[in-house]
Design a protein around this ligand. Structure first.
Ligand code: OOG
Ligand code: MG
Length: 262
């Protein structure tokens, strides 16, 4: 760790204030170029602590920057991990108010729900498939608190990996019924297909993103609990949205989920 406890608390308070007031900020590594990975996750943990202290619940975990399309779009090369609280959840077909967001984008993802806990190190796709209760389509709404969505990995980890809102829906299917590598997805904006892909875009198999999360948590003495919702990461580049946009994600064999920006 390169930052002291007070600086970590200040940066967490600053980033969370930017989120709650929907205003942007330069990336924090501009002021703190020496911060390390542990500092970055410590800031994210402090944001989580602040939210729990206000009575919010953590309702899911996420892996991000797990596809080449996303890594290329953001100019980075390693997955990152974050969390979602209950106030991020939007009902299937529901509304997302842009007034509470800075510059939202949507990502087509596969959502996993576990039936047993997953613990790293050494977690692999097989362990993930054995521990998965079902998979569903999920749309993540990301909203980096950084100006113009410009960040490096440490800054985006501290900012809870741009987590903002999410919706899941469609058909929950046991993972044995789907070949998640070849499963096709179509993301539509206002009825027009705008992004296409297949599950293999995410680390070769979306379950590999869940294994990477379990191994990341294992290094920190934590695990993915049973009954946990996890977003495995955007399959395509993220798509910008504004008030009035309707977004639908269709996943082969898993139906579709949608939301509307107002
Ligand atoms: C970071 C979060 C990326 C994903 O699915 O790749 C992410 C960002 O691009 O702002 O959630
Ligand atoms: Mg995402």
């Amino acid at each position: 760790m390169k930052l002291d406890t007070a600086t970590i608390a200040d940066l967490a308070a600053h980033l969370e204030a930017c989120q709650l007031e929907a205003r942007d900020t330069p990336k924090i590594t501009d002021e703190h170029p020496g911060m390390d990975w542990d500092d970055a996750y410590a800031i994210q943990d402090e944001i989580r602590r602040r939210k729990l202290a206000r009575g919010l619940r953590v309702v899911g975990l996420k892996a991000g920057l797990t596809s080449f399309a996303k890594m290329k779009q953001m100019g980075v090369d390693t997955p990152v991990f974050g969390f979602m609280t209950d106030d991020y959840a939007i009902a299937d077909g529901g509304e997302c108010a842009v007034s509470g967001l800075i510059h939202p984008k949507v990502e087509p993802e596969i959502a996993f729900v576990t039936k047993t806990a997953l613990k790293g190190p050494g977690c692999h796709i097989g362990a993930v498939l054995a521990a998965t209760d079902f998979v569903m389509p999920g749309i993540e709404v990301i909203d980096s608190r950084y100006r113009d969505f410009k960040f490096d990995l440490k800054s985006v980890i501290a900012d809870n990996t741009s987590a903002a809102r999410f919706v899941i829906g469609g058909r929950a299917r046991p993972v044995a019924d789907v070949d998640l590598r070849t499963t096709g997805i179509v993301l539509s904006k206002n009825g027009q297909p705008v992004a296409f892909g297949a599950g293999a875009a995410v680390l070769g198999h979306p379950a590999a993103a869940i294994a990477a999360l379990a191994n990341h948590l294992g290094r920190r003495g934590q695990e993915i609990p049973a009954g946990c919702l996890i977003l495995s990461g955007g399959i395509t580049e993220a798509v910008s949205v504004e008030a009035g946009d309707s977004i639908t994600l269709s996943v082969q064999g898993l139906g579709s989920t949608s939301l509307r920006f107002v």
